[in-house]
Design a protein around this ligand. Structure first.
Ligand code: HEM
Length: 418
């Protein structure tokens, strides 16, 4: 197959994902890389992998490790609560410890359990949308998408409604420090927030010890008590705290950004929005296409445990590898006309939830939330952007595609939900 040479040329010094034009719109860069240099050595020697098949390999093959990414992160972040707590996160573990922690968390995400949440999710989405629907305008990020994402992740973990605001504030302060590019001020704020979040969770753990419930905190606490698995080390309280904070991160900003990115794609393609309004059977397809077209998570980092040959290049042991899922989702070898947003595509299988032994545990929940949110939002008559396109901006991030805000207007709904 011949692929035309299009996109924004990557400078000879190599790709830098923190460059403002890349932050605003990475897709022309992905286009160029996919067609000219699919396994690319970027600024500071990091490898950027773009092809769908290569990204799947980098995200699922054990030679591409996560524990050694932690070594780098710990040096960068320095001493303090961030390091003390995140030293235990499953994101920075390889097997056998990754498998051990994942198996502790996985039961909470059992697909049957998640699907049973469907009606509750629809009800909560309606409750959160009602006050905005009456007004006829909102910032989709802070007025709707973030509260929706936060409620479900907190509920799953066992964090009560009084804790939601704290969790949101702390996680916003911690987020930049997990992105591998924080500055000194972000590290300072992140340490304060991590200390406060961990103290809050220690208190909550004491409450759940006395009164267990059907939530992740209680399920992990039961493992501390029993810890019967042969040959495995018992779960520690620090691991519980770290796991809870990790799941908040994994499930909060991701869903928030995916709701807003998908709605923005629909607003930019009014014929697709109209199609969806007329045929709700297309909602699941619109969710998959939204995940493919503009994924909330654009990349994940790994570090090589041994030399690997990929796309004709020799990647050396110790090298950093960034798997660009956002690029894989636009690979012309995987998708027909990949830059076209088309909610009628079938069998999409976006790379947005990762692959293999680290495949997103929250994918079923995320899809239910996204379907419910989309189904309600497309009901809003005359929904449109309430600012100029050039006023939209993205949070500085090497991993996430995260709009600062998304102001929209629509016809006010007097009696929502009807
Ligand atoms: C649109 C929303 C979401 C996206 C795009 C997303 C994406 C991802 C990706 C790419 C990974 C793999 C990371 C890697 O390989 O290093 C991952 C892992 C994970 N996700 Fe999600 N996620 C989303 C929502 C959620 C939600 C709602 C939850 C939970 C409430 C969640 C929990 C997790 C957990 C626990 C892992 C770690 C799995 C492991 O290491 O074994 N995610 N997610």
């Amino acid at each position: 197959m011949t692929i035309p040479l299009i996109g924004t040329p990557v400078p000879a010094t190599g790709l830098d994902p923190l460059e403002p034009s890349f932050q605003n719109d990475p897709y022309p860069y992905y286009n160029w890389l996919l067609r000219n240099d699919p396994v690319h050595q970027g600024a500071e020697g990091t490898w950027y992998v773009t092809r769908y098949a290569d990204v799947r390999l980098a995200m699922s093959d054990k030679r591409f490790g996560c524990a050694s990414v932690r070594d780098f992160w710990e040096v960068m972040i320095g001493p303090g609560p961030l390091k003390d707590i995140m030293a235990y996160t499953l994101f920075f573990e390889d097997d056998p410890n990754h498998a051990r922690l994942r198996s502790l968390v996985a039961p909470v995400f059992a697909p049957k359990r998640m699907r049973a949440l469907g009606p509750d999710i629809d009800r909560t989405v309606d409750d959160l949308l009602a006050p905005q629907a009456v007004r006829g305008e909102m910032d989709l990020v802070s007025d709707f998408a973030a509260p929706v994402a936060l409620v479900f992740v907190c509920d799953l973990l066992g964090i009560p409604p009084e804790g939601y605001q704290g969790v949101r504030t702390w996680s916003l302060d911690i987020a930049p420090t997990l992105d591998l590019v924080p500055n000194e001020e972000e590290i300072r704020k992140g340490n304060i927030a991590m200390g406060a979040f961990a103290d809050y969770l220690r208190e909550l753990i004491e409450i759940r010890k006395a009164q267990p419930r059907d939530d992740l905190i209680s399920i992990m606490l039961a493992e501390v008590e029993t810890s019967t698995r042969a040959g495995e080390r018992p779960v520690s309280i620090n691991e519980i705290i770290s796991t809870i904070i990790s799941v908040v991160f994994a499930g909060h900003d991701t869903v928030t950004n995916q709701i807003t990115n998908t709605i923005l794609a629909l607003l930019r393609h009014p014929e697709q929005l109209e199609l969806l309004r007329r045929d709700r059977g297309l909602i699941p397809g619109a969710v998959e296409e939204g995940l493919r077209y503009d994924s909330a998570v654009q990349s994940n980092s790994r570090r090589l445990g041994e030399d690997v040959e990929l796309g004709g290049k020799l990647l050396k042991k110790g090298d950093f590898v960034v798997a660009l899922m956002g690029a894989a989702n636009r690979d012309p070898l995987q998708f027909d006309d990949p830059d076209r947003f088309d909610i009628t595509r079938t069998n999409v299988q976006p790379m947005s939830f990762g692959a293999g032994m680290r495949f997103c545990l929250g994918a079923v929940l995320a899809r239910i939330e996204l379907r419910s949110a989309l189904d309600r939002l497309v009901n809003l008559e005359n929904m449109r952007l309430a600012c100029a396109e050039e006023d939209l901006s993205y949070q500085r991030s090497s991993m996430f595609r995260s709009l600062v805000d998304l102001p929209i207007t629509f016809d006010p709904v007097r009696d929502y939900p009807r």
